[in-house]
Design a binder for this molecule. Structure first.
Ligand code: ATR
Length: 269
C-alpha cells in the first residue's frame, strides 16, 4: 500500500491523518497516512530515509520544516517557488522529489465557497510565511488588488516588491475603506491580540477570514464582527482545503471538503 506521512515537530496533534484517511475512504483509495515526528536538526535525513522505501509516495510538511522541505526538492512548482516554502512532497516515478505548496489553494478554495473573488479588493494582514504563500493563488483567482499591511512595514514592502504590481504595501494611513475581503494571516490571534488596523477597513459587505481557528471565535473575527462585517470565517476550511489539494496532487482526485470540515468542526475543543 502507498505510504504518506505528515512531518513536523510537534506533530502528535496534527489533524492531517484524520483528514487524509477520510479523503481516502470518500474516494475509495487504499493508502496509509501517519504522523512522523522529525527531530529538529534532522529534517533532510528523516525525509530521505522515509522516501527511500518503495511504498513511500508523498508527505505533508508542517511547522517548522516548510523552508527546509523547499531546499530539499529536486523540482518545485511555481507556487512553491514564490512561497519559498513546501507543504507537499511528491515522489515522482523516477524517484525524484517534487515540492508544491497547497496552503494558498486551500485558502482560495475556502474563500470561493463563500464569496466571488473575481475583481475583489483584498486586504492581507501580515507579511510572514502564511501571507507569502497565498499571494499567487489569490491573484490567479482573479482578485483586483491586494493591499498588504504588516506591523513591521518593511516586511510588507519586501513582500510587495517581489509580487506583481497589483500587490502593494500599505501603512495605516493609506488603507482603503471597506475592502471586499480582509484576510488575517498574522499569528496575533494566537495570543488573543489584534493587528493595529482601523475599523474603517470593514464595511457591511466585507468578508473577513482569519487563518487561525479554534472552538471559540478568534479575537480577530470577533473584532471584525463588532465592526459590522458581513461574514467572518476561520481557517479550519483552509486546513482541510490544503489537504484536499495535496491529496489531488498525489492521487489525481480532488476530494469533497465539506463533510470532512463538518466532522472536524464537531470535534474542536
Ligand atoms: P507565519 O508563517 O504564520 O506567517 P511568521 O512568518 O512568523 O509566521 O509571520 C508572523 C506574522 O504575524 C508577521 O507578519 C508578524 O508581524 P511582524 O512581521 O511585525 O513580526 C505578525 N504578527 C505576529 N504577532 C502579531 C501581533 N501581536 N500583532 C500584529 N502582527 C503580528
Amino acid at each position: 500500500t502507498d505510504n504518506y506521512v505528515v512531518m513536523g515537530n510537534p506533530i502528535a496533534h496534527s489533524k492531517s491523518p484524520e483528514i487524509h484517511r477520510a479523503f481516502a475512504a470518500q474516494t475509495q483509495q487504499a493508502l496509509n497516512y501517519q504522523t512522523l515526528l522529525v527531530p529538529l536538526e534532522a529534517f533532510a535525513d528523516t525525509a530521505k530515509q522515509f522516501f527511500a522505501a518503495a511504498q513511500a509516495k508523498g508527505a505533508n510538511v508542517t511547522v517548522p520544516f516548510k523552508e527546509q522541505a523547499f531546499a530539499l526538492c529536486d523540482e518545485l512548482s511555481e507556487r512553491a517557488q514564490l512561497a519559498g516554502a513546501v507543504n507537499t512532497l511528491i515522489k515522482l516515478d523516477n524517484g525524484k522529489l517534487r515540492g508544491d505548496n497547497t496552503d494558498g489553494l486551500g485558502l482560495v478554495s475556502d474563500l470561493q465557497a463563500h464569496v466571488d473573488l473575481h475583481g475583489a479588493k483584498v486586504l492581507l494582514l501580515g507579511a510572514g510565511g502564511a501571507a507569502k504563500g497565498c499571494l499567487l493563488p489569490l491573484l490567479e483567482a482573479g482578485v483586483a488588488s491586494i493591499d498588504i499591511f504588516n506591523r513591521t512595514y518593511a516586511k510588507a514592502q519586501q513582500l510587495a516588491a517581489v509580487a506583481p504590481a497589483t500587490c502593494q504595501a500599505c501603512e495605516s494611513e493609506s488603507l482603503a475603506q471597506g475592502y471586499d475581503v480582509v484576510i488575517n494571516s498574522t499569528s496575533a490571534s494566537l495570543n488573543g491580540q489584534l493587528p493595529d488596523v482601523p475599523g474603517s477597513i470593514i464595511a457591511a459587505h466585507t468578508l473577513c477570514y482569519d487563518m487561525m481557528y479554534g472552538k471559540e471565535i478568534t479575537a480577530f473575527n470577533q473584532w471584525a464582527q463588532a465592526q459590522g462585517a458581513k461574514q467572518v470565517i476561520d481557517g479550519l476550511g483552509m486546513l482541510v482545503g490544503q489537504a484536499a489539494h495535496s491529496f489531488n496532487l498525489w492521487r489525481g482526485v480532488l476530494p469533497a471538503v465539506t463533510p470532512v470540515l463538518q466532522q472536524l468542526r464537531q470535534q474542536l475543543e
